[in-house]
Structure formats: C-alpha cells, structure tokens
Design a protein around this ligand. Structure first.
Ligand SMILES: [Mn+2]
Length: 424
C-alpha cells in the first residue's frame, strides 16, 4: 500500500499550528537547533523483516489481520513506515525466512519505496525443512565438524544473498550453548566457534563486515557460547578488522550497565551496531522506550559523545536496527513507536552540553553532572522530531497519521484477515 502524499499533507495541516507553537517554545532555548534538526533529518533505523508480522511466544501466537504474506509485502510495509517517519530507509533480511527469489526485482521494489538493504541475518538456531544435520546441540560450536560445516556454508550463502542486494554486513546470532553443567567443554566450544567464524570471515567481500551478537541465556539455560560482550569482543578481536560486536539491548542480565559497555566498545572501534528493544525482565523484545527510556537516553549520551570523540558520522558509521517482536500490538504501530523513541533519546543526547559535563566531571561535581544530563533528558524534544520529519516530507505524528489513513484496514482488505508472516 502506498501512502498518498496529499492525504498525509492534509493530516499534517490539521495540527501544524499546534506543532509550530510547541516547536517555537522548545526551540527558543536551544543554541545548536539547526544542527540538531539536520542530524535528526538524516538519522535512520533499519526495520527487520521479521518484525512486520505479529510475534508469538512459546505459548501461542495470535495473528493480526493483513500481515505481509511475502517479502514483497514486507518491503511494502517498511515503505509505509518510511513514508510516515522518513527515518526507516532500510530493511534487514533474515535468511531463510525471507529469501529474495529474484534479487533485482526485490531491489527495484525496495528502491521504489525509498529503501535499501541493511545487514543480512543468518539462522542456525532452528532446523529448516529438509535440512541434513540438526542444530539441536548447536551450530558453529558443534562437536561434529559436519554440523559446523553445514552452518558455515549457510552463513556463506547468506552473504551471497546479501551481495545481490547490496547489503554490507552479515549479522550472526548463535543460540549455541548448553542446558546442563557438564554438557559442554567451554574452551572447545569457543575454539570451534572461532574457527567456524574464521571460515565465514574469509568469505566476506572486502567492503563487508561481520557483526557478532551476544546473549546471556535462552534458548540455552546453563551456558551460551557467546554470552556477553567480552566473549563477542574476544572473537571479533581474533577475527580482525571486519569483525565487531553487536549490542542487542535485551541481551543483558538485569542491572547491567549497557551504556558503559557501549562506551568502551566504541572507544576500541569494535561497536558494530545496535538491536533496539526494551525489556522488563529478560529478552522481552518490547517496544523501544516503553519500559526504561532513561537508560536509552544514557546509552545515546555515550554514543554521541563516543562517536564525536572518534569523528564518526552518527547516521552511517554504526548499524542501527530494531529487533523487537509483538504479541498484542499492530506491528507497524509498534515499529513507528520504537523509531520515535530512538529519535527522542538521540535528540536528548544531542542536547547535552558536553563541555559543561566534562568540566563537572573533572571537578568531581557530581550533582552538577547529574543536573546536566537530566536537564537534557527532561526536555520535551518531540517537537524537534516532528519538525525534522515534517521538513523531509514525513508526518508530524506518524502513529496518528497511520491511524487516520486507515492503513491497517486497507491492508486487511488487500491481504485478508487471517494471514501469517514468516518469522518467530
Ligand atoms: Mn538481536
């Protein structure tokens, strides 16, 4: 479904006066206003192909209506998101859930929607129909060389699909681990993983990267072979310059200081990118910013400070992606909310007075340091997000526009009430 620009203009027109009053109110106190707006205009977050259908849990799945039935329809849904927020200009494919049958027509369709392809994701955490060997006891770390070989070949195949689509990175998440003490030799599991990743690394084109994701537990509940950033960093360091660590916000134990991890990975040039989501207890994959927006702000504060310290382009030097799943919401609304939450945290981080903060830190003025951060965090930056979106032809309020345009009803009419998208 295409968003018709004149209809979006009409919806924006209904709230433009209110927007302008709010924008002028907040803008008056911001010295680097235009620079912030410019940064917000070009900031984009990739949408994963598996997040466009309703997610399930191991207890069940309740499909929504009008879910995309094919990769083409998924691209169309990301096109809707991007037309509304102008901040979701890429899609991250999961192989084999979304194999591009005809790469050139898929690329053309994406381009028609103003989209390109972000990192491609491999899958060795479940067995596919007709697969020769099972991943029941892991993939790249498996005790059996034949299983490792099969998993390596899958990853190389995923790179080939990615090359056809002009992706530039392979994202690897392994569920490999053990459920009971004694099941695994940790050193051998790590060595096998490293050697398998080395073979995959050798297959990377020159301008490609491999992103190594970590996760503490689930689906294995005693050990995970790449369980934290230290283990991912160790692998990425041994692999070489094209390998780095991917941080998924939900892949930490409760209370972990993620912003500190991000700061050090950035310092070492080993932060590949992000999978954004939010969580209350574990890897809950909830809407970004729905539970702990302050943590998200603190992470962005470290990102902005760390990227500026290295002279990095905020928009393009790190992979920004949502990795969430939704049982009860309209997936498109959820993704729109997530992107807005990310942009809000980013804008707040841009407001932090870095030289004042550095001075407070040097003087051990703890109270002032906190004041500086919270002054930025407590600023309502939503009018800045709206202004940036509006200036590039997007919606002032994407969720509101999505509802007023009756997108879901139209998708149900087009695709039917009982459709199921590929994914988890
Ligand atoms: Mn992830």
């Amino acid at each position: 479904m295409q968003i018709e620009k004149y209809k979006l203009d009409e919806i924006n027109h209904q709230s433009i006066n209110k927007h302008q009053r709010r924008f002028e109110g907040v803008a008056a106190d911001i010295t680097n206003l235009e620079s912030i707006i410019e940064k917000l205009k070009v900031f984009n977050i990739a949408i994963p192909s598996w997040a466009l259908g309703t997610g399930g849990t191991r207890f069940g799945r309740f499909s929504g209506g009008g879910e995309p039935r094919s990769l083409e329809e998924k691209i169309s849904d990301v096109g809707v998101i991007h037309a509304l927020n102008k901040s979701s200009n890429s899609i991250s494919l999961h192989i084999p859930w979304d194999i591009p049958g005809n790469a050139s027509s898929i690329k053309a369709l994406a381009a028609q929607n103003g989209l390109h392809f972000d990192a491609v994701n491999s899958n060795t955490f479940q067995d596919q129909p007709g697969q020769k060997l099972s991943y029941k006891f892991g993939s790249l770390h498996h005790t059996d060389k034949a299983v490792r070989k099969q998993a390596i070949e899958h990853n190389i195949e995923v790179i080939k699909y990615g090359v056809q689509l002009d992706s530039k990175a392979l994202s690897v998440w392994l569920s490999d681990g053990s459920n009971f003490p004694g099941q695994l030799n940790f050193r051998k599991a790590f060595q096998n993983t490293l050697e398998s990743l080395q073979e995959i690394y050798e297959a990377l084109p020159d301008d490609w990267k491999v992103w190594v994701e970590y996760k503490p537990y689930e689906p294995n509940f005693y050990s995970t072979t790449i369980s934290d950033w230290g283990q991912s960093y160790l692998l990425a360091s041994k692999l070489g310059a094209k390998a780095s660590t991917l941080v998924d916000l939900g892949h930490h134990l409760q209370g972990t200081n993620i912003e500190q991890i991000v700061s050090l990975l950035l310092m070492e040039g080993k932060l590949a990118g992000f999978h954004f989501n939010d969580s209350k207890y574990g890897d809950d994959d909830l809407t970004v910013g729905s539970i702990n927006p302050y943590q998200l702000f603190l992470i962005f504060n470290e990102l902005v400070e760390g990227m500026d310290a290295r002279g990095m382009d905020h928009a393009t030097s790190i992979g920004w992606m949502i990795d969430a799943s939704h049982n009860v919401k309209d997936p498109i609304e959820d993704l729109l909310q997530s992107v807005q939450a990310i942009k809000i945290a980013y804008a707040q981080a841009l407001l932090v007075d870095k030289s004042e903060l550095a001075a407070a830190q040097n003087n051990n003025d703890v109270a002032l340091a906190q004041e500086i951060l919270q002054q930025a965090y407590r600023t309502d930056v939503r009018p800045l997000i709206a202004e940036a979106s509006y200036r590039v032809g997007g919606a002032l309020d994407p969720v509101n526009a999505y509802r007023k345009l009756n997108v879901r009803d139209n998708l149900i009419k087009e695709r039917g009430l009982k459709t199921v998208a590929t994914g988890l």
